[in-house]
Write a protein that binds this ligand. Structure first.
Ligand code: URA
Length: 191
């Protein structure tokens, strides 16, 4: 895995498959332990992520790290985090369908190499792309589906939780459910 992983990661930095390459500082491949069987997928880098080259490093990232810590998970140790789209959409707008389509190969390749047992979609853009085009986060968060042997759940995007803190208890329930799923399917994540 390691050589293919490094090759793909390096290729991404010169990617020109969509217009976001003209406004990015850098493409953001992902962060964490690629040997983990738990993959979290967000939407796209924001300003801080574009500057630092790492997903979820702004305020929403701090909240994400707190929720992960509540269930003994961390980007330094036992999960991998990436985004649907690897380059920052200007003004933090939603990524457009052509940008998502142009970028999906990278996520497919990451998923193939990591071979996760569990995927968590952070927010609508990720959940509608990975789980169901009609996914409604407020109604379907925390529900597990299985696709190609991978157990997948969608939950609130941490930036949405900063805007609507009333959803934090629901999000915490989702992370508790994630911990149970990890214990069932890949307890080595906690070893
Ligand atoms: N929001 C995302 O979806 N991804 C990031 O990396 C940062 C903020």
């Amino acid at each position: 895995m390691d050589q293919q992983w490094e090759n793909r990661k390096a290729q991404l930095q010169s990617c020109q498959r969509c217009g976001l390459c003209r406004t990015r500082i850098q493409a953001v491949w992902g962060v964490g332990n690629p040997k983990s069987k738990v993959l979290l997928i967000g939407e796209a880098p924001g300003k801080n992520e574009d500057e630092q080259g790492e997903p979820f490093v702004g305020r929403s990232g701090q909240l994400l790290d707190k929720m992960l810590a509540a269930v003994d998970l961390s980007r330094q140790k036992n999960i991998y985090i990436t985004n649907i789209v690897k380059c920052r959409p200007p003004e933090n707008r939603d990524p457009q369908p052509d940008e998502v389509a142009a970028c999906m190969d990278y996520l497919r390749e990451q998923t193939r190499l990591i071979a996760p047992k569990i995927i968590v979609c952070l927010g609508r853009i990720s959940a509608t792309r990975i789980i169901d085009p009609n996914f409604k986060v407020t109604r379907q968060h925390g529900q597990w589906v299985e696709k190609n042997g991978i157990h997948i759940m969608g939950t609130f995007h941490p930036a949405a939780l900063l805007r609507n803190p009333g959803n934090k208890p629901g999000a915490l329930m989702d992370f508790l459910s994630l911990r149970e799923k990890i214990r069932q399917l890949c307890p080595e994540v906690y070893e």
